[in-house]
Design a binder for this molecule. Structure first.
Ligand code: CP
Ligand code: NVA
Length: 313
């Protein structure tokens, strides 16, 4: 099994074994970092990071992670590159392929990322599009495994907008055999084609991926409760309507009561306290959101090492 020179655009494209391998390498790299062991597997390499949207975690974890691996990461946002002035993505792909060793991109259209990967001869990593956020969802698997040990057969409940995060979590759960329920109001259900693909993946690992409008019913017996913002980047004009429509889809103490007593609460962050999650739950003992944020570093380092080197870890 080798991920060398491949792209990471969607978890759907990864095999069950490849997902397990990424998590395994992430655990090993995390240990190496904690033990102070050198792990410069990407010494002398360069990563271009293209950002058309804001970021704290993604930028810092990729940039710091690449540095820890011995390489150099370039932060490029739209106001600094010719992409922002209309240079085609296919030209950018070919130019960067002549100069750097990998590209991480955060943008709006998922199709642009597919086009970038088609024209680039180097690995492309999806750092979030309107459709998917695979690096976050892979990271969330590591966080769940660290705390619950076994993922297969667990109940994972996503609450809120059926957005990019929900989509990637459906694929992530499907790959490790976790039963996933997406609790969303009508009009905010996940994309039906993504749901269909995730259900196809789930059939291979023997779990279920479903959508449920009744949030209390969905949360019954949950091992993990997860939420994300009601208004994603690029949807700001819809904010008032979304606040109304998603009002009841909040992780709060009442919802937590119907989950298992050991239920983990996760949020990819940034969080809007009092909207998709209460302050009490976010800051409470069942919240693992900062472990979750830290793990971005370890999982993405694993992804970069596997895509961009022949190292055996
Ligand atoms: N969770 C996440 O991707 O955070 P940023 O938007 O800060 O990168
Ligand atoms: N759904 C959110 C995730 C942020 C990390 C967004 O796209 O803005």
């Amino acid at each position: 099994m080798s991920l060398r020179n491949k792209d990471l655009l969607s978890i759907h494209d990864l095999s069950v074994g490849e997902v397990a391998h990424i998590l395994d390498v992430a655990r090993k790299l995390k240990k190496k970092l904690k033990n102070g062991e050198p792990h410069e597997y990407l010494k002398g390499k360069t990563l271009a990071m293209l950002f058309s949207k804001a970021s704290t975690r993604t930028r810092v974890s990729f940039e710091t992670g690449f540095h820890q691996l011995g390489g150099h990461a370039l932060y490029l946002n739209d106001s600094q590159t010719q992409l922002g002035r209309g240079e085609p993505i296919r030209d950018t792909a070919r130019v960067l392929s002549r100069m750097v060793d990998g590209i991480m991109i955060r943008t709006f259209s998922h199709d642009s990322v597919i086009e970038l990967a088609e024209y680039a001869s180097i690995p492309v990593i999806n750092g979030l599009t309107d459709l998917l956020h695979p690096c976050q969802a892979l990271t969330d698997l590591l966080t769940i495994e660290e705390h619950l040990k076994v993922m297969k057969g667990r109940k994972f409940v996503y609450v809120g907008d059926g957005n990019n995060m929900a989509h990637s979590l459906m694929f992530a759960c499907a790959k490790v055999g976790m039963n996933m329920v997406c609790a969303s109001p009508k009009g905010y259900y996940p994309d039906p084609e993504i749901l269909r693909q995730a259900q196809e993946d789930a059939a291979l690992t023997g779990c279920t991926i479903t959508v449920e409008e009744d949030i209390m019913k969905a949360a019954q017996g949950a091992d993990v409760l997860y939420t994300d913002v009601w208004t994603s980047m690029g949807e700001e004009a819809e904010r008032d309507q979304r606040m109304k429509d998603l009002h009841d889809y909040q992780i709060n103490a009442e919802l937590l009561k119907v989950a298992r007593p050991t239920c983990m609460v996760l949020h990819c962050l940034p969080a809007h306290r009092g909207e998709e999650i209460t302050e009490e739950v976010l800051e409470g003992p069942q919240s693992y959101v900062f472990d979750q944020a830290e793990n971005r570093l370890h999982v993405q380092k694993a992804i970069m090492v596997l895509l961009m080197s022949d190292a055996v870890i």
